[in-house]
Design a binder for this molecule. Structure first.
Ligand SMILES: [Zn+2]
Length: 925
């Protein structure tokens, strides 16, 4: 029988080594592969391959063994593409050798190479091109198929629901049975952990001492202590809570058993959207790689959470992040350029005309020089260059007044409350932005006090140590930046730069074990220069505030982005809001629209931007319908008016928007339809009903235009009646009725008889004759006198946009009691304001003490305001008055601390009457 047994693993090794005898590299690699195969106990697999001469159709992990054994098909020499530049960690023995030889440690030797991540914020649309660029640029010299750049992987783990779905299909049952259950289960079931168990939180007494039970079990009740308290769901608890899950478990017991077991295991690998590893050599052999199905990128299987491991090997992770604010700024500048001819990019200015496919470079924003108080520059429409001040008082006053909605970093209530401490220069903004975090926030009052009052802090710091004042001078005596921490350690505590760097990291990461040593070193060193009391005092501040300290350049960069937002918003509010509203979350649209209207702006006099025209009146930002002469997908600006974009209209998608987009000259709606199309009723109906043609001469009446459009372009049964009615009206207008028509027929018959006396039969053309009216657009439209009512228009806006472009108060009889604008003033002057507005949104909530209250967002067409109704008042309101869309009169107080209105104590919200309704009649009803 021995002759049919093929070669053994020992034989194969000999054959392979013989083949590689003259190739030392191959031999070396083979020996390595032998060792690995034996370690894995895979020898019999190779015997099988060899004896049956199974062919590999691809190169399995670049092994040399199948190649020398001729088991490979269509594959190149695996050694040829192999990079020998495999990274090694620094070995202690090597360092020791070096020190023995040179008497000092190698200068580039870093003991703990904890590399930082590098974050790069970019336009969201630019992220993928930047990634592609990095791969191309850094991979151009490495052609091994792997390259030096890869994406970073992410792992998805099994949750109960995904585990059930995958298990059921793996076991060959119908997936739909699982779907039915999993789609109905709440998200909480996914909190179930590996094995369906949880830790018991019951209290037990052991040896006379009370402690937590801590038993891990899958039951409802702990088998050890009987408690039902656990740190998460158990599988038995889920069965008890969700009957359908329990029933499913009865029907498919194996599915549940298996699914519970795989919960928490890795389900599949994904790709981090922005993270990249960029190395200086091929990643092959250095980083475990997998290839993504998507775009074919190589992905590091050291996934995101493992970046410390990556950095231990000297790799740096880049996070390329799309930042929406940059899109706002970019789009705003583009709109300003198109609307006002003002350019923020040098290159762009040189190119004549507005090239759509060449985006402006906006290099003007890079021209920053704090020593010259410059945050950038722009060119006015005449090509004259103007500097953008780093301390523009209008931009700063927006921040000072907390008008920072939509502004990067300052859009939250918390940020606004910090701004309330006053903003007079860029440095203030910088300080607030960096201090707006839990630790340093506590130091804001001290900093503001130091800034605004003669507290003698400079003298105090100088007395401690002159260098301390130098370090903390521009942050009002407060530790704000990482650099300040490092400088204090170095200058006052005698730390070396790496020691200071180490200390900073320990503080930031709260490494208790390291902090003790650092503290001792600091107290020892600093006591010599500033005395032990000061040293202890400073140490406390450094560990409490320093934890959150920003890196200074990061802080300044972010603040500059925020400053650009403020500057654009202050000087070009219509463009700013159009840009923000085109890209913001749809939920924010209505609020932003209200804020834009209420905050207003002062139209910029561009030639005097440096010395801004401060006497100009504050104007509300006006929103209007589409501009038919320049249709755009997003919001756009014409003059000082923000125009609705097409994408925001329900029923209009990207392809339709594309068809209509662009500037166009036309004389009337027929010409427009001729040039752009418009046979599709739904689209033109929206344009017309939203009043978009009103600016076209002769098209002022939208209802008349809508009638004409249906007459001319619509077909179908529902339109026949309208068409014949219109024809009748036109005829009547021209003086035709049945008797004049009959007279005319008689006249024609008479004429025919005279002309053809021998013919007996009168042609039907004459007997059935009907007059043909002039049904031109002008004539048809002149028949419709009344336009859509304000109420109609609001309905259209609500239906097609979901919000109001026009004032919703137009349909009500208002008494002129109070607008939101002057309610605050009336209240502060001791009056009792009654706001007249329309309810936009209602939100019922509970306070922390479980009291019901209600938040009303109301709009008077110009501004929006928040009105709070506390529990007592809420109880006495009439429900029908608390409905979105209803016009109401609200007696309010102004609550300064909340910067909002509160329904006056014991008072009620009254309904406004619709226009034309008889008040007495209404009250009787
Ligand atoms: Zn227990």
């Amino acid at each position: 029988m021995t002759d049919i047994v093929g070669k053994s693993w020992a034989d194969i090794k000999i054959i392979a080594l013989e083949k590689a005898n003259d190739l030392p590299d191959y031999k070396k690699r083979l020996l390595f592969e032998f060792k690995e195969i034996e370690k894995q106990g895979a020898m019999s697999k190779w015997e099988e391959f060899y004896n049956e001469k199974k062919k590999f159709d691809s190169n399995p992990n670049n092994l040399v063994l199948p190649w020398v054994l001729n088991l490979l098909v269509d594959c190149d020499d695996p050694m040829a593409g192999r990079s020998d530049k495999i990274l090694n960690t620094v070995r202690a023995s090597k360092v020791y050798e070096y020190i023995k030889k040179h008497d000092h440690a190698p200068s580039d030797f870093v003991k703990d190479p904890d590399m930082p991540d590098i974050d790069l914020d970019c336009l969201p649309k630019a992220r993928d091109p930047i990634k592609e660029y990095a791969m191309k640029q850094y991979g151009k010299d490495i052609n091994d198929g792997y390259g030096p750049v890869c994406s970073v992987g992410t792992w998805q783990t099994y949750k109960l629901r995904s585990a059930i779905i995958d298990t059921i299909s793996a076991m060959g049952f119908e997936k739909s049975a699982a779907w039915e259950v999993t789609t109905k289960l709440p998200d909480e079931v996914d909190d179930l952990k590996d094995g369906g168990k949880a830790l018991c939180k019951g209290r037990i007494i052991q040896n006379g001492e009370e402690s937590e039970c801590g038993h891990r079990h899958p039951n409802v009740k702990c088998p050890k202590c009987g408690s039902t308290d656990t740190d998460g769901p158990t599988i038995a608890k889920l069965f008890a809570e969700h009957e359908m899950l329990a029933n499913f478990a009865i029907e498919y017991p194996d599915v549940i058993t298996c699914a519970v077991r795989i919960v928490g295991r890795i389900r599949n690998m994904g790709m981090h959207a922005g993270a990249l590893i960029i190395a200086d050599r091929s990643l092959y052999g250095n980083v475990p790689l997998a290839r993504s199905n998507n775009k074919g990128y190589w992905i590091s299987m050291w996934s995101e959470g493992r970046s410390p491991q990556l950095s231990k090997f000297g790799y740096i992770k880049w996070d390329i992040l799309g930042l929406k604010t940059l899109q706002y700024i970019f789009n705003c500048c583009k709109l300003i350029e198109m609307n006002r001819g003002i350019s923020f990019g040098d290159e762009y200015l040189q190119k004549s005309g507005h090239s759509q496919d060449l985006p402006p470079a906006m290099t003007g924003w890079d021209d920053i020089d704090p020593s010259e108080n410059r945050a950038g520059h722009f060119f006015d429409e005449n090509g004259v260059k103007h500097d953008i001040s780093l301390n523009d008082k209008f931009a700063l006053s927006l921040a000072d007044e907390q008008k920072t909605d939509g502004v990067f970093q300052f859009d939250t209530d918390l940020a606004k409350s910090i701004l309330a401490n006053g903003v007079t220069n860029f440095n203030d903004l910088l300080f607030y932005n960096a201090a707006g975090h839990p630790g340093p926030m506590a130091s804001i009052p001290e900093a503001v006090d130091n800034r605004d009052n003669d507290t003698g802090w400079r003298k105090k710091l100088k007395n401690i140590h002159p260098q301390l004042l130098e370090i903390l001078d521009d942050t009002y005596g407060i530790i704000l930046w990482q650099e300040q921490l490092a400088a204090i350690w170095q200058n006052l505590g005698g730390f070396t730069a790496p020691e200071a760097q180490d200390a900073r990291k320990a503080v930031a990461k709260k490494w208790a074990h390291k902090l003790r040593g650092i503290e001792a070193k600091w107290i020892l060193g600093a006591s010599k220069s500033i005395g032990s009391d000061n040293a202890k005092d400073l140490w406390q501040k450094m560990v409490s505030f320093g934890r959150y300290a920003f890196n200074r350049s990061h802080g300044i960069s972010y603040c500059l982005v925020a400053y650009r937002c403020l500057w654009l918003k202050a000087h070009f509010a219509p463009e700013w809001w159009a840009a923000v509203m085109s890209d913001c979350h749809p939920d924010k649209l209505v609020r932003y629209m209200g804020i834009a209207r209420s905050e207003g702006w002062k139209p910029t006099d561009i030639t005097r931007l440096g010395n801004y025209n401060s006497s100009a009146d504050v104007k509300s930002v006006v929103f209007d319908t589409l501009n038919m002469y320049n249709l755009t997908s997003d919001f756009t600006v014409t003059g000082n008016v923000v125009n609705q974009g097409m994408i925001g209209i329900k029923g209009i998608g990207e392809s339709v928007a594309e068809q209509y987009e662009g500037r166009i000259d036309f004389t009337d709606i027929d010409d427009f339809i001729d040039k752009k199309g418009g046979k599709k009723k739904t689209i033109l109906e929206r344009f017309i009903k939203l009043g978009s043609f009103k600016n076209v001469p002769g098209h002022e009446n939208s209802k008349a235009l809508w009638t004409y459009y249906q007459y001319k372009y619509c077909t179908g049964k529902d339109i026949t009646k309208l068409k014949s009615e219109l024809r009748e009206m036109l005829l009547a207008r021209e003086g035709w009725d049945s008797s004049t028509i009959n007279d005319e027929i008689d006249r024609q018959i008479k004429e025919y008889r005279n002309t053809f006396p021998n013919r007996r039969k009168i042609p039907p053309k004459i007997t059935n004759w009907k007059p043909k009216p002039d049904d031109s657009r002008e004539k048809i439209m002149s028949l419709i006198v009344d336009d859509f009512t304000a109420e109609n228009i609001l309905e259209f806006e609500k239906e097609y946009l979901g919000y109001y472009l026009h004032s919703p108060l137009d349909i009500y009889d208002i008494e002129g009691n109070c607008t939101i604008e002057n309610a605050k003033e009336v209240f502060e002057n001791g009056g009792s304001p009654r706001i007249e507005a329309v309810i936009i949104d209602i939100d019922f909530a509970q306070t922390r003490t479980h009291k019901d209250y209600c938040r009303l967002i109301v709009s008077d067409g110009v501004q929006t305001a928040l009105v709070l109704i506390w529990e007592n008042e809420l109880r006495i309101q009439r429900e029908e008055n608390l409905v979105p869309g209803s016009g109401v009169q609200i007696p309010v107080d102004y609550d300064k601390s909340r910067n909002s209105f509160v329904l006056h104590r014991g008072d009620m919200i009254l309904k406004l009457l619709r226009k034309g309704w008889d008040k007495k009649q209404c009250l009787k009803d």
